[in-house]
Design a binder for this molecule. Structure first.
Ligand code: GDP
Length: 420
């Protein structure tokens, strides 16, 4: 698998529309569920006189284990097509999915949107489509699922397709770029093989559409940015900051700086998986050692960049946000916690500059008194402690954030402008 390009895939969509079932089906059809596991279910199925229902058993078992709390996590499962190998990033429904999606912990290159044919566009369909656009996913594969529950009706498929196309237009996706595929994740129609139940459909299967996706290459040309996850002291080496390289390349000999702590020096060594390397790039988790930088000089939430192009530190910043849930209204002075990359900093709403029409993105009202759940707005935020963050137009990986309060994600946003 490792010689194929690696792509991160998110499966998004409303609860119960069939995301887990589709993941189970993809793993099953691509032979990514270990054979001995399948064998076990096959035997069980045969004992109960249900030969050929191995897939149902895989799913039942996943569900059962989930109920028992022994989560077989569908996140970070892998499968491959002819051209790529895919990792499924995080799982919608996970408590932190939305936050992880926004802060980049589960950065996806592509997404499959699952919409149940018998239900159509539902609230989380909207939420996830909006988020995926905000996070820079440009094309979607839309799986119109549960076609078996609507007698494989072409008419129902067309209705759901039209409804989704309308939604895509509202959030400014080019809906011509979206591939629509009528499937049954449960029965397996049009997932790995063309189904006889949909003779009116002559497009690709899910696996074919995944295989046809354009390859997203990691951003090595962008300036170096490493949000720091932890800082260790390792005997014989000294202080070792650890983090995932979001953009750029890290090499020994480079001159780096940590912001907002504002200390830096020359990189002595770079390690990946406990081995020294000459170079590391986007997506790599690294530990490195910088001459003259001690454990107390830097902290989690700092961002490391080259001294010649240091990470920005915001005095204030302008951002476009969408309020996903809030029990009352948000007014100037509200100070929730902002989560961006590895940083968590309280930020005050200094001004609410514009309310936007969520459908068109156009200005609906200047300086509104408040915003509430469902609103999109341009706001100015003031971090209560120094925060390193970047305009998403310059470095998307470091330009999005989640606003959290009372244990919930209140809003998602992207940075428009940083005032240093
Ligand atoms: P999720 O919440 O989006 O992950 O949805 P699940 O994958 O857990 O599916 C929700 C329910 O819909 C389960 O009972 C599945 O068995 C059922 N389901 C999923 N896909 C299909 C399908 O293609 N056809 C039918 N009939 N049921 C399905």
């Amino acid at each position: 698998m490792a010689d194929k390009p690696h792509q991160n895939l998110a499966i998004i969509g409303h609860v119960d529309h069939g995301k887990s079932t589709l993941v189970g089906r993809l793993l099953f059809e691509t032979g990514s569920v270990p054979e001995h596991v399948i064998e076990q279910y096959r035997e069980e199925a045969e004992e109960k006189g249900k030969g050929g229902f191995e897939f149902a058993y895989v799913m039942d078992n996943l569900a059962e284990e989930r109920e028992r709390g022994v989560t077989i996590d569908i996140a970070h499962q892998r499968f491959d097509t002819d051209k790529y190998y895919f990792t499924i990033v995080d799982t919608p429904g996970h408590r932190d999915f939305v936050k992880n999606m926004i802060t980049g912990a589960s950065q996806a290159d592509h997404a499959v949107l699952v919409v149940a044919a018998d239900d159509g566009v539902a609230p989380q369909t909207r939420e996830h489509v909006f988020l995926s656009k905000t996070l820079g996913i440009e094309t979607l594969i839309v799986a119109v699922n549960k076609m078996d529950t609507v007698d494989y009706s072409e008419e129902t498929y067309k209705e759901v397709k039209a409804e989704v196309q309308k939604l895509l237009k509202q959030v400014r996706f080019d809906s011509d770029d979206a591939r629509f595929i009528p499937i049954s994740a449960f029965e397996g129609d049009n997932v790995a093989e063309h189904s006889e139940n949909t003779p009116w459909y002559d497009g690709p299967t899910i696996l074919e559409a995944l295989n046809d996706l354009p390859e997203m290459s990691p951003p090595t040309d962008a300036p170096l940015r490493i949000p720091i996850q932890d800082v260790y002291t390792i005997s014989g080496i000294g202080t070792v900051p650890v983090g995932r390289i979001e953009t750029g390349v890290l090499k020994p000999g480079m001159n780096v700086v940590f912001m907002p702590s504002d200390v830096g020096g020359e990189v002595k060594t770079v390690e990946m998986h406990h081995e020294e390397v000459d170079e590391a790039g986007p997506g790599d988790n690294v530990g490195f050692n910088v001459r003259g930088v001690g454990k107390d000089d830097i902290r989690r939430g700092d961002v490391c960049g080259e001294a010649s192009n240091p990470p920005k530190v915001a005095e204030t910043f302008k951002a476009q946000i969408v309020v996903m849930q809030h029990p009352s209204v948000i007014t100037v002075g509200y100070t929730p916690v902002l989560h961006a990359h590895t940083a968590q900093v309280a930020c005050t709403f200094e001004s609410i500059d514009q309310k936007l029409d969520p459908k068109t993105g156009e200005v609906a009202e200047e300086n509104p008194d408040f915003i509430k759940a469902g609103d999109a707005a341009v706001v100015t935020l003031r971090p209560q402690k120094p925060l390193s963050i970047e305009p998403s137009g310059e470095i998307p990986e470091l330009g999005s954030f989640a606003v959290r309060d009372m244990g919930q994600t209140i809003a998602a946003g992207k940075v428009l402008e940083v005032n240093e």
